[in-house]
Design a protein around this ligand. Structure first.
Ligand SMILES: O=P(O)(O)OC[C@H]1O[C@H](O[C@H]2O[C@H](CO)[C@@H](O)[C@H](O)[C@H]2O)[C@H](O)[C@@H](O)[C@@H]1O
Length: 554
């Protein structure tokens, strides 16, 4: 895939004598005329007929160009065949005939259609004499025509060329917004080629522009094109590869996903499977344990239709939270009503619901509101946007939580749902830019929640409160599967250096599934998570188990 031009090749072709000969011939042929140039393959996507129609419109709207403006359209012979191509060729032929009949005069043809093979030298000669290059492709890759044109207009130094110097260089470009190089040409006039009138206006504007302005635009383009050539891009590509591969010798690589979703991820060599035997032995030696459990994707499989926790999970969580050495929290994005209902048998369990907007240390404690903001005016802005995407995305729906709004697309078409989610994320971020909210994407969701509410802050609050109560954690187990859980892992990895946790704390930050994560450990799925928790519950000291229904575990 070319990402720039070959400066050396263009310069050497430009210096060739036969090109000089052709340039002076062309200068003579178009003396007193302003040449607009198109160079395209004969192809249905190149928008050649749209360009001809725009030229016709320009001559109608700006009769001053009659007799003066010429569109030279070089069309490389078609590489394929087919009905579409035959039709477009007929349209082009008809447009050329009509325009030349309507606006032509003796010695003047507004359209010069060149449909024979044109050598590189001749093409460059045409670039050299053109006041403006016009590219109206309706779909294309990079398209090097504008780049080649700019370099040819700059020319080669006088020592390499026999042509006389023409003073300051200038060039103008009218380019389709649908071609790859369009964003790199800030001085070009960008058009939607389907809009004939505005393309005609752009062509008029380009050739009517003051020379000084054309020079400035040309200089800017030439600087970019000549410094970002093929050599530049290949160097930069290799540098990126080197940077990306720098640590590969010490990383393990894994292939994840299938077909277009396939990716190779490099994992830290210290990232390893959590050994049940190891964690149990550390658990047994510790006295003040903090256990933070995410819900969906961690103790509850993402694929389960019934989201109510199984009796086995309730019994394990209950046993863990009844151990007086333990402070156990479910830290989830889910609402407080469902979490407190599901875990109602676990009286000592702490719950952080809606990513910690609501926190409760045990069933007997009051809910604390952790966010500083209880203003939800932003919902009036976010909800209509979500509704718009829900209407156009079959299988999606909106969940209204007390502090947040969530757009779900798990049941929508996978590709369409995720592209809609990306677009909606940008849309919401821009309309909510001045609101005290954060817009986040998660497992098939886009969520808008109050700023300053995160699972990371929940973890921090649990650790500091334990320390304040004289029970600084010497064992931390934190398990989660998604991005919101990474915020807990991040806090944990900095907690020792910031003094929130003691350097002697045994930390088990564990993600579910092997993937890049801030956690040092992984377990493969919720079944393994539940097995590990069961082993810890069995290792809990029966003497330190409290009566259910009594005070909080701290
Ligand atoms: O923090 P978690 O416990 O992992 O919860 C995060 C979100 O859980 C819920 O969404 C999840 O379950 C949905 C099915 O019930 C599923 O469609 C979605 O893909 C999952 O992310 C909940 O609805 C969200 O509000 C939570 O933020």
């Amino acid at each position: 895939m070319p990402v720039g031009i070959h400066m050396g090749q263009i310069r050497s072709v430009l210096s060739l004598a036969d090109k000089e000969w052709r340039v002076s011939e062309l200068k003579q042929q178009f003396e007193g005329k302003t040449v607009l140039l198109g160079v395209d393959d004969m192809d249905v996507f190149k928008g050649i007929n749209l360009k001809l129609l725009a030229m016709e419109q320009m001559l109608k709207q700006h009769p001053k160009w009659e007799g003066r403006a010429v569109l030279v359209q070089i069309t490389n012979p078609a590489r394929g065949r087919g009905k579409d191509l035959v039709e477009i060729q007929a349209e082009i032929e008809e447009s050329c005939k009509r325009i030349n009949e309507t606006f032509g005069q003796p010695g003047y043809e507004p359209i010069v259609f060149v449909d024979r093979p044109v050598s590189l030298c001749e093409r460059f000669a045409f670039y050299t004499i053109a006041e403006c290059a016009v590219v109206t492709a309706v779909r294309d890759g990079l398209n090097l025509t504008p780049y080649e044109y700019i370099v040819c207009r700059q020319g080669v130094s006088e020592s390499e060329s026999s042509s006389e110097s023409n003073g300051p260089m200038k060039s103008m470009l009218v380019v389709s917004e649908f071609i790859g190089c369009s964003p790199s040409l800030s001085g070009a006039i960008r058009v939607n080629p389907w809009n004939i009138e505005s393309t005609a206006e752009a062509m008029n504007e380009a050739i009517s522009m003051a020379d000084g302005e054309k020079q400035l635009r040309h200089e800017k383009h030439y600087r970019y094109v000549s410094t970002h050539d093929v050599a530049f891009w290949s160097r930069s590509f290799f540098q990126d590869l080197e940077r990306a591969c720098k640590d590969h010798f010490r990383r393990r690589c894994w292939g994840i996903g299938l077909s277009f979703g396939f990716r190779v991820v490099a994992l830290d060599p210290n990232f390893r499977k959590l050994s049940i035997d190891h964690i149990v032995s550390v658990y047994l030696r510790s006295k003040n344990r903090a256990i933070l459990l995410d819900y969906d994707g961690t103790v509850m499989p993402q694929t389960s239709h019934n989201k109510t926790p199984r009796a086995e999970v309730i019994s394990i969580v209950n046993a863990l939270s009844n151990d007086t050495k333990n402070t156990v929290f479910v830290v989830s994005g889910r609402g407080r009503e469902s979490l407190s209902k599901w875990f109602s048998p676990c009286k000592k369990l702490g719950i952080a619901a809606e990513h910690g907007y609501f926190m409760r240390w045990s069933a007997n404690d009051e809910w604390e509101i952790c966010g500083q903001n209880s203003e939800f005016g932003w919902k009036q802005i976010a909800e209509p946007v979500m509704k718009l995407y829900t209407e156009t995305t079959d299988g999606s729906n909106i969940e209204t939580k007390e502090s947040a709004l969530v757009w779900h697309h798990r049941d929508a078409d996978q590709g369409f749902g995720s592209s809609q989610a990306k677009e909606m994320l940008d849309h919401l971020e821009s309309v909510l830019a001045n609101e005290p909210v954060a817009v986040k994407s998660g497992q098939y969701i886009v969520e808008v929640k109050p700023q300053g509410v995160s699972k990371g802050l929940v973890a921090e609050k649990i650790f500091t409160t334990m320390t304040e109560r004289g029970k600084q954690a010497d064992f931390v187990l934190c398990i989660g599967d998604d991005r919101s859980d990474e915020e807990m892992f991040e806090i944990i990895s900095s907690a020792i250096s910031s003094g929130i946790l003691s350097p002697n704390t045994s930390v088990f930050a564990c993600t579910v599934g092997q993937k890049p994560s801030k956690a040092k450990y992984y377990l493969d799925d919720p079944t393994e998570v539940v097995n590990m928790l069961e082993a810890l519950a069995e290792a809990s000291d029966p003497d330190s188990l409290s009566d259910t229904g009594s005070e909080g575990s701290i």
